[in-house]
Ligand binder design. Structure first.
Ligand code: GDP
Ligand code: FE
Ligand code: FE
Length: 197
């Protein structure tokens, strides 16, 4: 694999930087997402290095402080409504800027896939979908429904995006957690792909 084409650090250099930023458990998860994203890319005809690199880096900003995120939202002139949300929404949408500046990633498709990995969007590229799904089904994930998601991911990228989004929304709603508008947008767009039972 060659990641140098999309930024300025080798994979080994990136691994070191990730380990300085995140817990051991999250590091393992990020390696799992890299692997899963490469497999999905192979299956669905997407560039494996772009998918692997986006997967590897997707949660890089997860352990940044709220204050850092709030400052970035101002600095980068992002939607001020973002300030009403929290780390779950920020670490992708805002975190992609940290990936660009600290890790020297210059490829916009990769940065975009990282930005959208939590909420999705109605106009995801195949690369975006792969990172969104790889995050959900990577080998370290264990929750009811993950095996079904892995099965669907063998067949259809759109169907597994729909499955993941429906389950995430239902999980958030059951817990009374607010749902970010972009997550709803993803659900409304992909709901047509839900399996008929
Ligand atoms: P992780 O970073 O690998 O844990 O996975 P994600 O980036 O996909 O999700 C992070 C957290 O955000 C999870 O707990 C999701 O359930 C949650 N999440 C996903 N969508 C939304 C949303 O629309 N609103 C809120 N509040 N949380 C969300
Ligand atoms: Fe995440
Ligand atoms: Fe993740």
């Amino acid at each position: 694999m060659s990641y140098l084409e999309y930024g300025k650090f080798t994979r080994d250099e990136l691994l070191k930087k990730i380990q300085e930023r995140v817990s051991e458990k999250r590091y393992k998860h990020m390696l799992g997402v890299e692997k899963s994203a490469r497999e999905l890319a192979e299956r669905f005809g997407v560039n494996c290095d772009k998918a692997g690199l986006a997967g590897l880096l997707h949660d890089y900003a997860k352990e940044l402080s709220d204050q850092d995120f709030l400052q970035l939202i101002t600095e980068k002139n992002l939607d001020p409504d973002l300030k009403n949300w929290g780390n779950n929404i920020w670490h992708g949408l805002v975190g992609s800027y940290v990936v660009a500046s600290e890790l020297g990633i210059t490829n916009d498709e990769i940065l975009r896939a990282i930005a959208l990995h939590t909420t999705g969007s109605k106009d995801m590229t195949d690369l975006d979908k792969i990172v969104y799904v790889a995050d959900y089904i990577e080998e370290n994930r264990q929750f009811p429904g993950v095996d079904r998601a892995r099965e669907i991911a063998c067949v259809s990228l759109n169907q597994v995006v729909a499955y993941e989004t429906a389950h995430t929304i239902s999980h958030l709603a059951n817990k009374g957690i607010p749902i970010y508008p972009k997550t709803l947008e993803t659900y409304n767009y992909f709901v047509n792909y839900l399996e008929q039972k």
